[in-house]
Design a protein around this ligand. Sequence first.
Ligand SMILES: Nc1ncnc2c1ncn2[C@@H]1O[C@H](COP(=O)(O)OP(=O)(O)OP(=O)(O)O)[C@@H](O)[C@H]1O
Ligand SMILES: [Mg+2]
Length: 248
Amino acid sequence: MTAQDFEGDAVVTVTDLVAGYLPGVNILNGCSIEARRGELIGIIGPNGAGKSTLLKAMFGLVKVHSGTVTVRGQDLTGLKANKLVSRGVGFVPQTNNVFPSLTIEENLQMGMYQRPKRFRERFEFVTDLFPELAKRRAQRAGSLSGGERQMVAMGRALMMEPAVLLLDEPSAGLSPVKQDETFLRVHEINRAGVSVIMVEQNARRCLQICDRAYVLDQGRDAYTGTGRELMKDPKVIQLYLGTLADAV
Ligand SMILES: Nc1ncnc2c1ncn2[C@@H]1O[C@H](COP(=O)(O)OP(=O)(O)OP(=O)(O)O)[C@@H](O)[C@H]1O
Ligand SMILES: [Mg+2]
């Protein structure tokens, strides 16, 4: 069976993941999450909970000590990032996610280095979602604002036609207006058929737009439910959402 033939509902299944940066020091302590076809999954939780580590472990950037990462029915645990990209996993880290000295178009080409022949077709898909990337294709990424860079970074990850896109805090450091725009774009990417797993500091907005979410705490999935369920859950409100109780 190839990944393309996979008909199951789960696009990504992470099971009991134990991972960390140093031998004997685990940051993820048995973390399990799942993203089904077409879902937008939110990951929230306090600073240091292991949210970024989870995405990095899924993308082969942190050593997995035990547990599995399955994508479209294939066990991809511990594969390197370049292999994961060709098997349908895209990752946008929070920072340093564009090549500043390259133009927007060159950044998108870098996303395609494994499949240069499909550049034109994928460029059209990405610029349908982000028309301003086409208009400003010759501009260097280093001269863009934080929000614009985030679009380039997401566009680059989308060039390889991922089945799932992992986003680490796409709204961080942006003005409220730009944050809203970023969430809208993430929603559009998801509606275009890409499953998304998004880590967010802005827990309230994240829960509003995601289908389901996981609250991470001390390297484990502490709570899960639909965004709506978690927003109303008194434990989640008290521990992670602070004054959200007043807002819903
Ligand atoms: N490169 C690294 N080497 C060693 N330890 C690290 C490294 N990166 C992160 N850690 C540790 O792993 C733990 C989890 O960090 P992680 O960045 O995954 O948290 P997070 O949930 O993403 O937090 P934040 O909300 O602040 O982004 C922290 O205790 C952190 O100090
Ligand atoms: Mg983080």
